[in-house]
Write a protein that binds this ligand. Structure first.
Ligand code: PGA
Length: 257
């Protein structure tokens, strides 16, 4: 049964790819979409998030393809003395529509806290981008029975002010499932997605809260995608490893159909 919310299938390429890899992968993704598009209206939107160095090249490659472009992080300021950082306005300027903020690898490697993530999401939205706000518990937190409390706290702390379904996407990514091959079961994913949905409805109201897309991320692959995507509050995926091969990424997207 088709869902009211259109699925978002997002590839997070992380720190991977030389120019030739980026070009080939973008081409492959665009080609799969082109082949399928003629047949019927697809129930999903495709997005790729390459590293900063490949954004321009991938933007050129994807022109007119219908595959959206996103980045993996941004700064909160529009410009200025921030060596090594990238402003959301710069991302918008080269054709990005989305930016991931608060990925657990940024939280762990760069000490990003909920307040930083919220500020980044707000800056991204002000620049005309849609923010993909990531949250998720660690294995230790899950084992202590803190899963729902941690996700509730992170969502409340990271949700941008005035979020709408157009400007904001939430990604639930249990840290223990990222890059480990250990996926949350569809029931585990739905349990947290239902909590996120309830919190969104509380914060944004019934209509808007029900429209916001909630993605699952963590070892999603062609084998497990369909079952996860069938859950009532799983509105897409944030895919790492399996997004680095065009065929696998496409096979995950086919799980929406
Ligand atoms: P994975 O990464 O699919 O390789 O587990 C997902 C993510 O971190 O976004």
């Amino acid at each position: 049964m088709a869902k009211e919310r259109r699925y978002l299938i997002a590839g997070n390429w992380k720190m991977n790819g030389q120019k030739k890899d980026g070009r080939a992968l973008a081409k492959g993704v665009a080609k799969s979409l082109k082949k399928a598009k003629g047949k019927k209206k697809l129930p999903f939107e495709l997005l790729v998030c390459p590293p900063f160095t490949l954004l321009s090249l991938v933007a050129d490659e994807l022109k007119g393809s219908g595959v959206a472009l996103g980045a993996q992080d941004c700064h909160t300021a529009e410009k200025g003395a921030h060596t090594g950082d990238i402003a959301p306005q710069m991302l918008e300027n080269i054709g990005c529509k989305y930016v991931i903020v608060g990925h657990s690898e940024r939280r762990a490697d760069h000490g990003e806290k909920d307040a930083d993530v919220k500020a980044k999401a707000e800056a991204a939205i002000a620049a005309g981008l849609t923010a993909i706000v990531c949250i998720g518990e660690t294995l230790a937190q899950r084992d202590k029975g803190q899963t729902l409390a941690v996700n509730r706290r992170q969502l409340k702390g990271s949700l941008p002010e005035g979020a709408t379904a157009k400007t904001t996407v939430i990604a639930y990514e249990p840290v223990w499932a990222i890059g480990t091959g250990r996926t949350a079961t569809p029931e585990q994913a739905q349990e947290v997605h239902a909590l996120i949905r309830a919190e969104l409805v509380k914060a944004l109201g019934e209509t808007e809260g029900n429209k916001v897309r909630i993605l699952y991320g963590g070892s999603m692959n062609p084998k497990n995608a369909k079952e996860l995507l069938a859950q009532p509050d799983v509105d897409g995926g944030l895919i790492g490893g399996a997004s680095l091969k065009a065929e696998d990424f496409w096979a995950v997207a086919e799980g929406c159909m």
